[in-house]
Write a protein that binds this ligand. Sequence first.
Ligand code: ASP
Length: 306
Amino acid sequence: MQTKHLIQIDDVKKSEIEEIFALAEYYFQKNKKKVEQKHRLKPFTQINVFFENSTRTLASFELAGKKLGGIVQDIRIATSSIHKGETLIDTALTLNAMRPDLLVVRHSSSGAVNLLSEKVNCSVLNAGDGSHEHPTQALLDFLTIQHRKKEKEGLIIAICGDISHSRVARSNINLLCKFNNQVRLIGPSNLLPYSFKDMGLEIYNSMEDGVKDADVIMMLRLQKERMKGGFIPSRREYFNRFGLDNQKLSLAKDDAIVMHPGPMNRGVEIDGIIADDLNRSVIQEQVEIGVALRMAVLHLLVDRKN
Ligand code: ASP
């Protein structure tokens, strides 16, 4: 992998994505067998700097780094000195002086991770910046799709819900389109930027129309923390129109899979019965594959020349 940082999907070429997936597959099998890893990697130090809350992404990066044999330090900024008035740049310079090999950064502002990457010497991995991108989430989503569908092109993939505020949607759109898939965006018009039409994506304001014959249905949470004002009349009405239930799912292909990046809100964007249906829902698989995928990305960034 040539890129020093992974801030957005466009940082990696198609061939590098294949390289990431091949290594992630190797780690996925290893993790399943629970055998001791033979560390081929040089010693490395990884600092996870989370300016915004996280459960699964932080745990996933922490586990991935430790499984690779790295020294892994978590910094949850809620308990750190940013609240004492320190700027993002000063935090970056302080962390840089500790000479890490990798910084894994989450921030509530779009562009903040990129800014930080310009101030440090080590590799920076974006673990989600505002509504901009969440590249490792998209990579693990796509690898999960390939596991179940045995294809990476020619699929109809419906991304549903709060597209406007979702970094997961943005990264997935950029990735899935690189591989010649038909991406449909579904949501209420005030949560769905029509600018995506220019990228050749299909836009739907009706779930019934949008999920018809889909191979993959990716549900998104309403990102309330990024909404200023009321975007939906009520949770109940939202569920009726845009929540995935059995009736709407029956319009997709018979073997369609259901995804969700988590955390999910049962009864808002997804019916709990579908989330728990192991024939349809790959939500737990996404989490498992996520660890292996992040191991692969960390490995390739640590291993890169110069
Ligand atoms: N966990 C994902 C993210 O960090 C999705 C979400 O929060 O709804 O963007």
